[in-house]
Design a protein around this ligand. Structure first.
Ligand code: ZN
Length: 292
């Protein structure tokens, strides 16, 4: 059984938002179905300093300067640090477990809008970039980042663009963070739902040619492209398409015998996106990726 990581400290913030609250719901849904959840250590300041500037890390820790401490668009509170380091710790734990056991899931957000020197788009510290970097530090030869959250992972690109041995493919359905990546990284925007799954297939086929010497995949498995999601939706993208997308990623990873560490990423309950469905989609993603 692949390890699933969630730290309850994630919810210890006054910010009541899907990115701070839903991990707990997904953990409970998994536990009800017999899955064991492992509580990881929070990420350390020493690890954060490899990916973010000291000034920004201090701002999140102390709340000062306020403009920087709230650059992700949340009101800062003393538990902001507790929550985000708990989530990024789950990412680090997942990548280490994936390198050891082949697959793991962090019930944490990838926070792909966070750049090196500041936050953005509800993202404080970039768990995707941290996971990729920690994979390399632990001996990975080459890391693929598959970011299939609805929005662009410009923060991730800001951090990893100069690195060797990381390839970042970003599939978007929403315009937010429409950065232009440098080669070999790609950002592909899907305008119509009928091209969503074909584009997933095309990106994976493209990576077939690059798969040697890659050994680790960081998968940002957002559920915010769903047509009912107020933040990120693309009309016509159904819940079944998101299930199909995860199945394609999972099959591709297994076919190439790659290791995978996945995380929740976007997905925001609303009038047309009941929390039950949102949690179900995330839970099913965990069950698929973590299956023996
Ligand atoms: Zn998103």
């Amino acid at each position: 059984m692949a390890a699933i990581f969630f730290n309850p400290l994630t919810t210890q913030t006054s910010v009541a938002f899907d990115t701070t609250k839903k991990g707990s719901d997904v953990a409970r849904a998994l536990e009800q179905r017999g899955y064991q959840i492992t509580v990881p250590e929070p990420v350390t300041r020493a690890i954060l300093e490899r990916y973010h500037t000291a000034a920004y890390i201090s701002a999140i820790e102390t709340g000062e300067p306020q403009e920087l401490a709230e650059s992700q668009n949340f009101a800062w509170d003393p538990h902001t640090w507790t929550s985000v380091t708990a989530q990024c710790g789950a990412m680090v734990a997942a990548v280490h477990a994936a390198m050891r056991d082949g697959r793991a899931y962090a019930l944490a957000s990838g926070f792909h809008h966070a750049s090196r020197a500041r936050g953005g788009g509800f993202c404080t510290f970039n768990g995707v970039a941290i996971a990729a970097g920690e994979a390399l530090a632990a001996g990975a030869r080459h890391v693929f980042i598959l970011d299939f959250d609805a929005h662009g992972g410009g923060g991730t690109h800001d951090i990893i663009a100069g690195w060797e041995n990381v390839t970042h493919y970003d599939l978007t359905t929403a315009q937010y963070e429409s950065y232009t990546p440098n080669v070999p990284h790609r950002r592909v925007h899907v305008h119509t739902a009928t091209t969503y799954i074909p584009t997933v297939n095309a990106l994976l086929a493209d990576l077939d040619a690059l798969v040697e010497p890659a050994d680790v995949v960081i998968y940002n498995a957002g559920m915010d492209s769903y047509e009912g999601c107020d933040i990120g939706r693309l009309t016509g993208v159904t819940s079944d398409m998101l299930r199909t997308r995860d199945a394609l990623v999972d099959t591709w990873v297994r076919r190439h015998n790659l290791k995978i560490a996945a995380c929740l990423a976007g997905g925001y309950q609303g009038k047309n996106y009941p929390n039950e469905l949102l949690i179900q989609l995330h839970r099913e993603s965990v069950e698929r990726i973590c299956a023996d």
